[in-house]
Design a protein around this ligand. Structure first.
Ligand SMILES: Cc1cc2nc3c(=O)[nH]c(=O)nc-3n(C[C@H](O)[C@H](O)[C@H](O)COP(=O)(O)OP(=O)(O)OC[C@H]3O[C@@H](n4cnc5c(N)ncnc54)[C@H](O)[C@@H]3O)c2cc1C
Length: 376
């Protein structure tokens, strides 16, 4: 079989699939190579939240453009992706948090986002039964939402296959370079696939894959746990985000109404360990029931963990490298699902046209990594 493509994308998560899809749309024959099954990495372990409330102009723009892409995906990919604009509600339990949200809302509104600060009475209507103790209000954006990561990646993959190939259960173990240009990749079973463009979209494994060409890319895995509850009647719509030190975030899935959620561990947990802990189930249950007391008797039916792919400054890396044809697209810092469609589109534009339609120099590989995102 002829194993030659215009571009090879390593990694069958949202970033690799979206990039492969938009490259295909631009007329390239793409091979998407995944070491396991599609969505086996972080994408299949995420909770499917989509928000546009970020803290820099670039991240807000990318999130807003991505949300537009989620909204038209059903028609574009020819399948339902369970996109639902249920909103995001960031709760403020301190004057400091309230001030931060008010400042961010100003920037977000200036960029055209339908976000506003809501009082406690409004919050009680948005989330019936919420515990209002210590609550000062919240940042609410009704056009944020949720979607199904599995359906989306499979939708993109189907579109890639119209022209190219989706190769699963093949780990890229070699990247062949000649005169500082990529020429092919080798997989663990001895196959070789050729392309002049190779995109490393291996999520939390980007650093390992980059080591195959001797590059040290600052993307580090960090373990995050999640859980889902038994089905129940839907009684609230948004992703509720409680950013207190012992806070959490969760929403209700459309369809069966199960609650899906996580919290960010302090201190963070570096590494690729995908195990699940009893501590998380117990603590997450406590935190959810503190916010909505009636959840104290709700049963958890499954828990798991996955990796955030962290960069030192909290922003992605989308750039070429010193090796001609070798690109890095990742380091999504826990926002890869929601930003994925626009990041994939930008990556395809950059690779094919040599530039992006708007400035993304904040995502350059060679940058000062000391600045940080506020609305993580
Ligand atoms: C618990 C949890 C909840 C989250 N919730 C959200 C959320 O609500 N919203 C949001 O936007 N984001 C969320 N995220 C973050 C989001 O899941 C990630 O940012 C996103 O999935 C990253 O996508 P990716 O395609 O870069 O990586 P991945 O999905 O990890 O894809 C990379 C793929 O590369 C493959 N691979 C690695 N090495 C090789 C190799 N050598 N050869 C071939 N293939 C290889 C892996 O198997 C993997 O499938 C969450 C993450 C976790 C863990």
């Amino acid at each position: 079989m002829n194993n030659t493509a215009d571009a090879i994308v390593i990694g069958g998560g949202i970033i690799g699939a979206a990039t492969g899809y938009y490259l295909t749309e631009k007329g390239l024959t793409v091979y998407l190579i995944e070491k396991d099954y599609l969505t086996a990495g972080s994408t299949g372990r995420c909770i499917g939240g989509i928000r546009q409330q970020f803290s820099t102009e670039l991240s807000i723009k990318i999130a807003m453009e991505s949300a537009k892409k989620f909204a038209t995906m059903k028609e574009e990919l020819g399948q339902d992706v369970e996109f639902h604009r249920g909103g995001y509600l960031f709760l403020a339990h301190s004057e400091e948090k309230k001030k931060t949200y008010l400042q961010l809302i100003e920037l977000q509104q200036r960029m055209g986002l339908d976000v506003r600060f809501v009082g406690v009475d409004d919050i009680q209507e948005i989330v019936p039964g919420i515990n209002t103790e210590g609550l000062l209000g919240g940042a609410h954006c009704t056009s944020d939402g949720q979607a199904n990561p599995f359906l989306i990646v499979h939708g993109y993959a189907k579109a890639i296959e119209k022209k190219g190939r989706v190769v699963t259960y093949k780990e890229v173990t070699k990247i062949n370079v000649n005169a500082d240009k990529v020429i092919s990749v080798g997989t663990a079973d001895g196959e070789t696939y050729y392309a002049p463009i190779i995109i490393n979209a291996a999520g939390p494994f980007i650093r390992n894959v980059s080591e195959l060409v001797g590059l040290d890319i600052p993307i580090f895995p960090e373990r995050h746990e999640a859980l889902i509850t038994e089905p129940m009647e839907r009684f609230f719509d948004p992703m509720i985000v409680d950013y207190r030190e012992d806070g959490c975030y969760f929403n209700q899935k459309i369809g069966k109404g199960s609650i899906i959620g996580c919290y960010t561990p302090i201190p963070n947990v570096p590494g690729l360990d995908a195990g699940a802990s009893f501590e998380f189930a117990k603590e997450m249950g406590r935190r959810m029931a503190r916010l909505i007391p009636k959840l104290s008797t709700t049963k958890i039916i499954r828990q798991w963990s996955g990796s955030y792919e962290m960069t030192p400054d909290g922003s992605p890396i989308l750039d070429k490298t010193d090796i001609e044809g070798f690109w890095i697209v990742g380091g999504m810092c826990g926002h890869g699902f929601m930003l994925g469609p626009e990041i994939g589109w930008l990556a395809a534009e950059y690779v094919v046209e040599g530039k992006t339609p708007y400035d993304i120099s904040e995502f350059a590989l060679k940058r000062d990594f000391s600045r940080r995102e506020v609305m993580k």
